[in-house]
Design a protein around this ligand. Structure first.
Ligand code: GLV
Length: 321
């Protein structure tokens, strides 16, 4: 049996994953490219687990004995969109403690920067402009976190711990995740969303990307938001209609956008976001998988598979996350 390691890694990242896994699984056979079923049927038949990072579509085809697809990315939208994804094989996503921590840090930085006007102050410094901003209290700053799974739930809780007035919205009532025992106001449903958008000073997007959430932020949604509010997109670029966002910024309906993710990545050097005075661009680095802790998560699932125990962080393929 072998483990297939596949993804949009740099050579160095792949080497790192290989070293971490080989160190823990010294007797194991690793494949670094999909064995072709036609020319190398024995190698294809030997693949038991695919450990993947946003792999190219079609690369998991023809692996008849595959028992687990383990993503090392938290978001599995691209993986699940693969028309050749083997059916009936469990798919697990990454829930990496270090990644959770990084996401909380990025969200805290973005909310603090918007709340205290730090993006504006940096621009003032460039103009040698001395102008003191207002200083609302954190408790007067309303933050709405969309998505209450692993990442959204943690972000909402961390912001509440800093004193912000936090609401957490999820698409489905009773869905797993969320942290209802905290200071976060839990919301669900379209009516609650409209009301929460209308009052939020900062909206953080941590929704999974599915057919239902693609293009979620569009002109209609921006019109529901409080005038001048900030949008922080830490999920996927396809959640946002970029043209609508630029228009909402031009019209002052949105005050500022912090964007970590884009419809096309890397972001085209000619894209209007780069030099927009009220857009902060991050190169999809809000929270990256940390191979050191993520490898332990992968190993945990490998052992569970072999020992017939329940697998962790399984994706509901039909639901899309
Ligand atoms: C990064 O965007 C991830 O989904 O892990």
């Amino acid at each position: 049996m072998s483990l297939l390691l596949l993804g949009s890694w740099t050579a160095a990242e792949r080497e790192r994953w290989l070293a971490l896994l080989q160190n823990e699984l010294p007797g194991e056979q690793f494949e670094l490219a999909p064995p072709a079923e036609s020319t190398d049927a024995a190698a294809a038949a030997a693949v038991e687990v695919a450990i993947v990072a946003n792999p190219v579509h079609g690369s998991l085809r023809g692996l008849p004995n595959l028992r687990l697809i383990q993503s090392v990315w938290a978001g599995v939208d691209k993986l699940l969109a693969d028309p050749d994804l083997p059916t009936g094989v469990p798919v697990a996503r990454m829930v990496d403690p270090a990644m959770n921590e990084a996401m909380v840090q990025t969200a805290l930085w973005a909310v603090l920067s918007l709340h205290r006007g730090f993006f504006r102050l940096a621009k003032q410094q460039a103009l040698a402009l001395w102008c003191q901003p207002a200083q609302p209290r954190a408790s007067e700053w309303r933050v709405l976190v969309l998505g209450q799974g692993e990442l959204g739930g943690r972000v909402a809780r961390a912001l509440a711990a800093q004193g912000y007035a936090v609401s957490g919205w999820r698409t489905q009532a009773g869905a797993a995740g969320g942290f209802d025992d905290t200071q976060v106001r839990g919301l669900c449903g379209e009516a609650a969303l409209a009301a929460a958008l209308a009052e939020a000073d900062t909206v953080i997007n941590l929704l999974p990307l599915t057919d239902a959430t693609r293009g979620f932020f569009n002109t209609r949604r921006f019109a529901q938001m409080k005038r001048g509010a900030g949008l922080v997109n830490l999920a996927r670029g396809a959640h946002v209609r970029e043209g609508d966002l630029l228009l909402a910024l031009e019209q002052g309906q949105l005050g500022h956008a912090v964007l970590d993710v884009f419809a096309q990545e890397p972001l085209d050097p000619a894209h209007a976001f780069w030099h927009h005075p009220r857009v902060t661009v991050l190169p999809h680095c809000a929270a990256q998988t940390d191979a050191r802790s993520a490898a332990a998560v992968v190993l945990g699932n490998l052992r569970a598979l072999r020992e017939g125990r329940p697998l962790a962080h399984l994706v509901q393929v039909a639901r899309g996350y």
